[in-house]
Design a protein around this ligand. Structure first.
Ligand SMILES: Nc1nc2c(c(=O)[nH]1)N[C@H]1C(S)=C(S)[C@@H](COP(=O)(O)O)O[C@H]1N2
Ligand SMILES: [Mo]
Length: 368
């Protein structure tokens, strides 16, 4: 038996932890959210229960039969609409890849107090609902409208500011993006944690724009100054920097880690010989993926790419590897149709947003 038959035998225990690194409140927050299991990247559609979750406050429990979406302030013809009426409108079903803007932030230093995601805050679902634009037109935004704000039913505090989770889009953005008022996910009514009974999906943008538990829409004659719009989800170089808003997703790829894991370190073990590596790649704003390269034994090789299931869905890639005994670090790197390429090192801002650095997977291949 050599070291690579069981490279983990020498540990004698589990990886050591540093006391006090994560606070109880951070662990409490992390326990309320969950990430995609990377092995499910093999599937076009993420099983509903394995789609990542990001919820800032508490999940509001809303009675679907009672729920009304209100087109409130700023419209010439304000109205309320219930779920039955929304379901009777023209329906679209579309696979959309959603990624949290905080995905990949776990390595940022000093740590940013939020979900310590590594790679797993991403997933693809088939979302069903009705296009938002005709409903906005029916409500008739007043002529001086510059932005439309979307409010969830979830209220809480951040940095001392009490607020309903709210985000805005300009009228131009609503016209360009296929924003949908969604009530079904993968053919089933939305689960409570995913925004039941009603949310928007803003395809091609990071997840924060896709407001869950949607209850109120307002037309504003000035730029929205809500907490989740101006105080967070901004690329900042320092705490004082007002920053630039986080919007569309950056080009990214992930692979299904091959082989089997060591429970504690999560490093991988596999047998030597041919392996098919598979994964997914996506970009933002409806831009398609043009290339995925995989680094195998120090050499970048182009993977096979499958067309995506829709303009806003990730693409599957695969690549053959002849795994030779020893320790290896595998990486994958995508390029989108605009020529954007994933960096090899994280493009850190203060909060660790939108880190699309190439994924690294450490594997040990056994002796033949
Ligand atoms: N009302 C409301 N909408 C919300 C959030 C929230 O906390 N409250 N979180 C946002 C963030 S940051 C993300 S990444 C997505 C996550 O959607 P999911 O939990 O369905 O995956 O929802 C967005 N919409
Ligand atoms: Mo997020």
């Amino acid at each position: 038996m050599t070291a690579h038959d069981n490279p983990f035998a020498g540990y004698g225990g589990r990886i050591t932890t540093q006391d006090g690194v994560y606070s109880q409140s951070e662990v409490g927050l992390a326990n309320r959210n969950s990430g995609l299991l990377l092995e499910t990247l093999a599937l076009d559609i993420t099983p509903t229960g394995l789609h990542y979750l990001l919820t800032h406050f508490d999940v509001p429990l809303i009675d679907e039969a009672e729920h009304r979406l209100t087109f409130a302030r700023g419209f010439d013809a304000p109205f309320e609409i219930g779920l039955d009426e929304i379901r009777a409108l023209p329906q679209v079903t579309r696979p959309v890849t959603l990624e949290c803007a905080g995905n990949g932030r776990s390595g940022v230093s000093p740590r940013s107090h939020s979900m310590p995601w590594a790679y797993e805050a991403v997933g693809t679902s088939e979302w069903t609902g009705t296009p938002l634009k005709p409903l906005i037109e029916r409500a008739g935004p007043k002529s001086d409208t510059v932005e439309i704000a979307f409010f969830g039913a979830d209220y809480g505090f951040d940095k001392g500011v009490g607020h309903y989770f709210g985000r805005s889009l300009t009228l131009a953005q609503i016209a360009e993006l296929d924003v949908t008022l969604v009530h079904f996910m993968n053919g089933q009514p939305l689960l409570p944690q995913h925004g039941a009974p009603l949310r928007i999906i803003v395809p091609g943008w990071y997840g924060m724009a896709s407001v869950k538990w949607l209850g109120r829409i307002e037309a504003l004659n000035t730029a929205f100054d809500g907490f989740q719009q101006v105080r967070t989800y901004r690329f900042r170089e320092s705490d004082e920097d007002p920053g630039r808003p986080v919007t569309t997703m950056r080009v990214k790829s992930l692979m299904v880690p091959p082989g089997v894991p060591d429970w504690s370190s999560r490093k991988r073990w596999l047998r030597p010989g041919p392996v098919t590596l598979v994964g997914r790649a996506w970009s933002g704003g409806g831009v398609s993926i043009s290339k995925v390269e995989v680094e195998l034994d120090g050499e970048w090789r182009e993977a096979r790419l499958q067309p995506p299931a829709g303009a806003y869905a990730w693409s599957k890639w695969s690549c053959e590897w002849d795994a030779s005994p020893g320790a290896h670090v595998l990486r994958c790197c995508a390029t989108d149709a605009l020529g954007n390429v994933q960096p090899l090192d994280p493009p850190w801002d203060v909060a660790g947003f939108a880190n699309n650095a190439a994924q690294k997977v450490q594997v040990f291949v056994a002796e033949a």
